[in-house]
Structure formats: C-alpha cells, structure tokens
Design a protein around this ligand. Sequence first.
Ligand code: N2P
Length: 348
Amino acid sequence: MKRALKGLVIMSLALIIGIISTGCGDKRPILNVYNWGDYIDPSVIKDFEEEFNVKVNYNTFATNEDMYVSLKKGGTSYDVAFPSDYMIERMIDEDMLEKINKDNISNLNNIEDRFLNLDFDPNNDYSIPYMWGTVGIIYNKTMVDDVVDSWDILWNEKYSGQILMLDSQRDSIAIALKRLNYSINSRDEKELEKAKEELIKQKPLVYAYVGDEVKDLMVGEEAAIAVVWSGDAVAMIRNNNNLEYAIPKEGTNLWFDNMVIPKNAKNKEMAEKFINFMQRPEIAVKNTDYIGYSTPNFKAKDLLPKDIVNSKVAYPTNEEIANTEIFNDPKDIIKLYDDIWLEIKAQR
Ligand code: N2P
C-alpha cells in the first residue's frame, strides 16, 4: 500500500513538472522580443502569434543604454530587439548582431530609400527600419506665454518645477550641447564638461526626469514643458489640443529605430518572419496609428489618414529637419558620457 502511494506521488509530481516545463501544454515555439515601452500595437503581437503559431515573449526597455546593458549581461536571449542608430553602430562593432538574410525580408521593398543604407549600417546587413523621428519640446499653450523656438526655454526660471526632461543620457546631453551650439556628437572634453554644468545648473528647475510617464503628465497638464520624441508628441496632442510641438532653432537629433537580431538568438528564422511582418503595410499602419510614431514604410503611409501624413510633427519636411544631426557611437569616450550622466543624476 505504502509503495503504491509512493508511486502515485512520484507519478503525479512527474506529471506536474511535465506540464510546467511545457508551459501548460503550450507546444508553440517561442520568440523573445525586446522593444521600447509603448512602441507597438498589442494586437499586432496577437496577430503574429496566431498566423505563425508562435508564442511571443515580449519585454520592454526605456533607453538604448538599458537595452545594451541587459543584452550584454545575457540572461534572456532575445530574438528581436529595437535599438537606435548609434546603438546599432556599437552593437555591430562589438559583434553583438546576426546578419539578417534580406531574401526573407521582402517588405524591405516598402521602405523609402532615405531610410536605407544609413551610416550606422551601410547595407542594412544587420538592421531593418521600424520608426523614425526627432527630439523636440512639447509645451502647453495655456501655461507657456513665451515663444518656444529655442532650447533656452528649458532653462527659464519662470517655468521652475514645470519642466520635464527625458531620462535618457544621450538625449539630455545632446540638448545641452545643442543649446551651446556644439555638435550632439561632440568628442571635446571641454564642450562635454560645459554641457554637464548646464544640466546641473538646470536641475533645480526640473520637475522630473521621465520616460513614458511624460505622456500622462503632459496630457494631464501636470507640467508645462517637456522634452519628447516626436511620436510621443503626436500621441499627446491627440489627447490634449492645448499641446504643441516645436523643434528648437539651434537644431536637434534625428533618430532611426531599427529591428535587429542579437547574436545569441534562438529562433532566427522566426525573428526574420517577425521583422518582415512588422513592415507589412497594414501591420505598419496599425502600429503607427496606435503609437503615434512615424513610419518609414511608404506603402503604409499611403494607407494612413491624411491628417497624420500631413502632420508636421510626425512627417516634417526636409527643410524642417535640415538642422538636425544623427547620433554616432561615442566609442572610446563612452565612459565620459556615462560619468557625466551619473554626476547629473546624483545632483539634488
Ligand atoms: C517609445 C520610445 C520611442 C523610442 N516609448 C524613441 N527612439
């Protein structure tokens, strides 16, 4: 009797372990995707899972630097990630990316030429465009009575406690550099030091350094001015028409977020299917419409409502982005950037 009971316990345990290890009977292959927060229409993940009979494990990050650190640490091996230009450059240099077989990305034909073969990945061997945009200032017209055409407004004491900055080292340092009329890719220690001092000086005026929360704070009129990525500005203006977006006259950053396959990906074939899926016109439209960001996909653009395509925030003219710079990887001076950021964040 005792023996029979023991056998039963062992058998049930084995069964339970079996069920847990196969994910409650879920035999679908897994695709691990690592993207920015608020950067996809969740129904697109479902659509992909259903069509390809795969389970998508979806995780998010807030900045390129966070994404880089977690990929370097290993832990989860991701099949698809969404870094920006300068971070792609770095990841290629550090041999962190798989080459993409472009024969499997037929929807690359839907991408406008100006988003292809950019310096950070000259043949798109490692990355396929997802979204693009600018960095600018969003402000509430009922709370700001100055003309917003310069980064200076972020240092205006009149708005003390009502200013939101991006919790992103590269973007914040770039703003301070631009305001001083330096390049956002400055490698000059003195220039970088000055940018740091300016951000430290500004800190008492700053309500908070924020990520995706910026949208709720600005829509809810809890702050007057914020530094944002253009797509978030589109999303915010949709929900509060007191808000307006401006690209400062000193110039700004023009950025490109692409999809990549990290080196230790376990499901490269499915990763390429996912990347290609994301650039199907109707899928790109879903994402663009949901998140507010700008698509590089001209076939998707044709399907978008006219007011979005004509939005100067999402689709600025060449003239409006003439005074922009694309980030480069700081390479050997990355530690200087990291140290500057740590020092700024440590200030009270
Ligand atoms: C979305 C983040 C957008 C990424 N929350 C800008 N590069």
